[in-house]
Design a protein around this ligand. Structure first.
Ligand code: 5GP
Ligand code: MN
Length: 314
């Protein structure tokens, strides 16, 4: 499959690299990681993410400035990264071959070729596997993107997906001159005051239910306006809720114009990927999400509790 994918890439000329809406470090890092390699092969390459504005904290990644929010006029091959379902790319269906590079257990296998490995800690490590299988040498700019994506998706080497394999990949990337200190500084120590204020507000608005084993907060459009925070500034808010000692299941509702984006986190007891899947989304066992076209918060929380079989805790 990995060789087949490379043959398809070799045969194609106009290649678009695309990642999921509201991208995280893995989405952007993994899509950026192939860019310099394909350029060197003489391909016409575009990098697309439909979200505006893009989260600024990834601006140190090589070629971040090349990311556009619309598709180019010609596409022969689409490669998607870190995206569990086609709708999350935010584009209409395209009648071209698609290579789906991902590590979500809930991936719907929407590609012509699906390079999906739920054992890999990040989509970027699936990209690394693609490079290995085709004997493509690692270069520094590529290693930087793959490492940044890996670091973010493993919670800086602290989540369940951290294994000897993940550290092996990290070591290989550092040998290829990815700089872990600079990458960590760029990702973790450039917060805006607005982001910190939004995080403080999340703590202020925290509700604890079911013996404080479930924590949830709702961030409204007004909260974003009041703090001056951008949507991407809410990325860590749900992790803050989970960090409370008693919390097993953390829920964050982020208001959108026509409903809510819901983020779910677990400490391992509850499989949130299954909850998200049953509510139209997807993700991993300990981090998942979905969107709802309803503004009824109580009903949304109740539905999540029901799917989680939370009564068992009482
Ligand atoms: P987050 O809560 O940070 O947005 O997402 C957590 C995880 O769940 C990520 O791996 C993300 O890709 C996945 N995820 C979040 N929302 C959705 C969704 O609406 N659909 C699918 N398929 N996956 C989602
Ligand atoms: Mn990922």
């Amino acid at each position: 499959m990995y060789q087949k994918a490379w043959q398809l890439i070799t045969r194609s000329h106009y290649i678009t690299l695309i990642s999921h809406v509201n991208p995280d470090g893995d989405a952007l890092g993994s899509s950026l990681s192939l860019y310099p390699i394909l350029k060197d092969m003489g391909k016409k390459v575009s990098i697309v993410n439909v979200t505006t504005p893009l989260p600024i904290r990834y601006d140190f990644l090589p070629n971040y400035d090349k990311i556009k929010n619309t598709l180019p006029s010609r596409v022969d091959l689409l490669i998607s990264f870190d995206c569990g379902s086609y709708d999350r790319l935010g584009i209409a269906p395209l009648d071209v071959p698609l290579i789906n590079i991902d590590h979500h257990i809930t991936n719907t296998r929407y590609g012509t070729l699906n390079l999906i490995d739920a054992h890999e800690p990040s989509a970027s490590s699936v990209v690394l596997k693609l490079l290995h299988e085709n004997a493509i040498p690692l270069r520094r700019d590529v290693a930087t993107c793959i490492y940044a994506a890996l670091a973010e998706d493993t919670g800086f080497f602290s989540y369940e997906n951290v294994t000897a394999h993940a550290f092996g990949i990290a070591a290989e990337l550092i040998r290829a001159k990815a700089d872990p200190v600079t990458i960590a500084k760029n990702l973790k120590e450039r917060n805006s005051l607005a982001k910190l204020r939004l995080e403080a507000l999340t703590i202020d608005k925290l509700h604890l239910i079911y013996h404080a084993m479930v924590g949830y907060a709702v961030l409204t459009l007004e909260d974003f306006a009041a703090t001056g925070a951008l949507r991407s500034d809410s990325d860590a808010c749900v992790d803050i809720i989970r960090s409370l000692a008693t919390v097993e299941l953390a829920i964050l509702l982020i208001e959108e114009h026509d409903g809510f984006k819901v983020s779910l986190r677990s400490k391992g007891e509850v499989d949130v990927s299954q909850i998200a899947l049953s509510l139209g989304g997807g993700g991993h066992k300990r981090a998942a999400g979905f969107t709802v076209k309803s503004k009824n918060r109580e009903e949304i929380i109740e539905k999540i509790m029901e799917k989680a079989g939370i009564e068992a805790y009482e």
